[in-house]
Design a protein around this ligand. Structure first.
Ligand SMILES: Nc1nc2c(c(=O)[nH]1)N[C@H]1C(S)=C(S)[C@@H](COP(=O)(O)O)O[C@H]1N2
Ligand SMILES: [Mo]
Length: 365
């Protein structure tokens, strides 16, 4: 097996019809782990079980010498150390984060990238200070359009060398709930989740929540860096500029019932009443409905919705299933006011914002 080499400006790639997961993809999957679906049980995901996505390397940052700069189109450029950020007004927000590539490995043909199945999600209580206050203190100038956020991590992607960097429109950046965060579930951020300081953009796919945040730059023009203009876009063919990936589409996941077979992870369940439990979320507004099918998607019934832990947090749901012996495919799907999750794949070249309904194969004995 060989590792691929990449030339500058090369497009993302789609796997051939019989092409299995490569060592390149496996290496990414081994670094970037998902949340085991049984951890859907926790309101707040224990940090070690929260999914992780790191494009390059996890930077080694000394919290004592760490600085955050606010500059660009502002009246006064500012610099903060960790203590001065912690001394500012404190906000706690429970936020469900999901990677825009979640579900990518289930697409046909498969976009070659981090091969997520269903598990690129987690919910944490983030503590930080509102970004809007930092911007107000710096004094955003009238010609401001976008805000660029730069991480301490560095690498190349498709031949383009870069710091991890994302832009957000000024309108989105001044939302009261966008946080410059330094704690996760009441503890200092773990290295893999952005220590010592990261951005949290609630409701948006994870790519917007820049980790290891070192610089906030107000721009008088649209940000056109790689992660906005090339990577996180919904493209239908390689020549297509595509649409930007923004807010999280609705998704429901079920804790796989019964117990698993080691290799296949097929579920084994005893016949009789089975209480299915799961979570559902959307970054576009409240989840309005969760539906379950226990016959491979032919018929659907409503699950009972539990109480949401916050505006940006996932919502628990339950469903009472009377399991009868046989081979069963359980499907779950969530809806928000914009619509319901598709059962057929919403395919695009990079496998972004695909919220196809989860399927779980179960043997009822
Ligand atoms: N600096 C930096 N920030 C980053 C990334 C990165 O690679 N570098 N990955 C982004 C992506 S694509 C996602 S999905 C989330 C993942 O956050 P988590 O690892 O804390 O779950 O971080 C985002 N922030
Ligand atoms: Mo992501």
């Amino acid at each position: 097996m060989t590792f691929s080499s990449v030339r500058e400006g090369e497009a993302s790639r789609v796997a051939g019809p019989d092409e299995g997961i490569s060592l390149d993809e496996l290496r990414l999957a081994a670094r970037n782990h998902g949340m085991p679906l049984e951890a859907l049980r926790y309101d707040l995901t224990p940090p070690g079980l929260h999914y992780v996505l790191v494009h390059y390397d996890i930077p080694f940052v000394d919290p004592d010498t760490y600085r955050l700069t606010v500059d660009g189109r502002v009246g006064t450029a500012l610099e903060f150390d960790l203590a001065s950020l912690r001394a500012r007004p404190k906000v706690n927000l429970t936020v469900t984060l999901e990677c825009a590539g979640n579900g990518r490995a289930r697409l046909h043909p498969r976009p070659v990238s981090q091969p997520w199945l269903d598990e690129a999600v987690g919910t944490a209580r983030w503590t930080g200070t509102p970004l809007v206050d930092l911007l107000a203190e710096a004094g955003v100038l009238e010609d401001a359009v976008d805000v660029a956020f730069t991480g301490l991590d560095h690498g190349t992607d498709r031949g383009v060398e870069q710091d991890y960097q994302r832009g957000l429109s000024l309108a989105a950046a001044v939302g009261r709930d966008v946080l410059v965060a330094y704690e996760m579930n009441g503890q200092p951020l773990p290295p893999q989740h952005g220590a010592p300081v990261r951005l949290i953009v609630p409701g948006w796919y994870g790519m917007a929540s820049v980790k290891w945040l070192r610089r906030i730059t107000v721009l008088d023009h649209e940000f056109t860096g790689f992660q906005n203009a090339t990577a996180y876009r919904i493209k239908h063919d390689t020549g297509d500029d595509g649409e930007p990936v923004t807010r999280i589409r609705p998704r429901a996941l079920v804790v796989p019932p019964g117990f698993p077979d080691f290799m296949t992870r097929r579920r084994i369940v005893d016949a009789g009443p089975v209480e299915l439990f799961g979570r559902a979320w959307s970054g576009q507004g409240p989840v309005t409905r969760v539906e379950v099918s226990v016959d491979g998607g032919q018929t659907w019934a409503n699950a009972a919705l539990g109480k949401q832990a916050g505006k940006y947090a996932w919502r628990p749901w339950t469903f009472r299933w009377s399991a009868v012996p046989g081979e069963v495919e359980v499907l779950v799907r969530a809806a928000d006011r914009h619509g319901v999750q598709p059962v057929e794949q919403p395919w695009n070249t990079q496998g972004m914002a695909n919220n196809m309904a989860q399927r779980v194969s179960v043997t009822v004995r």
